[in-house]
Write a protein of this length. Structure first.
Lengths: 137, 239
């Protein structure tokens, strides 16, 4: 099986004492401990301001343990991308920010949608999953 | 200025034919600036348990109405469970974000788009007597004297489970603590659940509009997959 590890470190001095949070997980298929996610797609795209796209064109299997990494590589701090899932506003990813979420893809409308604001945003993404349904040509 | 950083490392030696090694650090700043974020909920940890016959329901982690919308807020959630099949379903508003299986964590931006809080006003008027009462939201106010402004101040000074208040003269304005469309406001001059006990005093309702409330669109909630105790850790970093 493939072994993919995702680790996060959050550190800050905004409290009266230093804060450090560390977590690491091995990305497994849903409900297993011995079978790691073994498929991924990876991309880097420029998105012009105002344009809205489905970031994931195919449909990963629903109800699994898919993981989505997304980073806004824009260097202008006023640029951001709006993240939406099935028209639900999730949040804004400003230049330099990243996110890592479980992605459910529970139906055909549950695509991860992104809209670029402020200028052309440079987006890097990686989807780790258990299988996808390719879009018929 | 506070400096808060978030670092992610994604690594695998056998997922691809070549090694995957991705690491990036973000300094968390307020929306559209290079100024560091200054507020956080701090890290919290909670175990949720349900009785075997109880319905498992979503628990709100963060209510959008408590935070400023459309900023650069970030949410961290980790499923501390070690049982592989146990997962938390993470929702933003009504939309399922995904499942956090045992040991999994998530870190994502949050729009915190709130709904609309219901509001109405109560005007204390007429001839009140000491001992007259007005009840709302399970809280009873007993008039200490006959002065309407004093009684309004008493009404406003109460702590209501679901409402906040301000007072101006004999008028008390109520605002719901959370955005919802639960229909407490039934018209411009009516609400549900209020009880006046007075021979000739009045507590007239005004300023309410039926249907004015609207549920928040982006509260963050979690749903455990099993009744037995599941533990999560979470932190919100916000403006």
């Amino acid at each position: 099986m493939a072994t993919t590890t995702a680790a996060v470190t959050l550190s800050s001095d905004l409290l009266s004492d230093n804060m450090s949070v560390n977590a690491s997980t091995t990305c497994m298929k849903a409900g297993t401990t011995a079978d790691g996610l073994d498929q991924m797609e990876y991309g880097y795209v420029d998105i012009a301001t105002g344009d809205q796209f489905d970031l994931i064109g195919a449909t990963p299997t629903a109800g699994k343990a898919s993981k989505l990494y997304l980073k806004n590589h824009s260097t202008d701090e006023t640029y951001y991308i709006r993240i939406m899932i099935d028209a639900q506003d999730i949040g804004r990813l400003y230049g330099g920010d990243w996110m890592f979420i479980p992605a459910d893809f529970h139906d055909g409308n549950a695509d991860v949608e992104i809209t670029a604001i402020g200028g052309t945003n440079k987006i890097c993404y990686a989807l780790f999953h258990e299988g996808i349904t390719l879009v018929a040509s | 200025m506070a400096t808060t950083t978030a670092t992610i490392t994604l690594s695998s030696t056998d997922l691809l034919s070549d090694e995957l090694a991705l690491s990036t650090t973000s300094t968390l700043t307020t929306a559209g600036t290079s100024t560091g974020v200054t507020q956080t909920s701090g890290l919290s940890r909670k175990t949720v348990t349900y009785g075997t016959s109880a319905a498992i329901v979503h628990s709100a982690l963060y209510r959008a109405g408590d935070y400023t919308a459309d900023k650069a807020s970030k949410v961290y959630i980790k499923n501390v469970s070690t049982t592989a099949a146990e997962f938390f379903t993470i929702k933003v508003g009504d939309e399922t974000l995904g499942r956090l299986y045992a040991g999994d964590w998530a870190f994502f931006p949050w729009a915190a788009a709130s709904g609309t809080k219901e509001t109405f006003a109560v005007t204390i008027a007429g001839s009140w007597a000491a001992g007259d009462t007005w009840e709302f939201d399970g809280i009873t106010t007993t008039a200490a004297n006959t002065t309407v402004a004093d009684i309004a101040a008493q009404v406003s000074a109460q702590v209501y489970p679901n409402w906040t208040t301000t007072v101006s003269g004999a008028v008390v304005t109520f605002v719901a603590r959370y955005a919802a469309s639960d229909g407490v406001i039934t018209g411009d001059t009516a609400i549900t659940g209020d009880t006046l006990t007075s021979s000739s005093g009045t507590a007239a309702i005004s300023g309410g509009t039926a249907g004015a409330g609207a549920s928040s669109q982006s509260d963050i909630s979690i749903l455990p997959s099993v009744h037995t105790g599941m533990t999560y850790e979470t932190m919100l970093i916000h403006e």
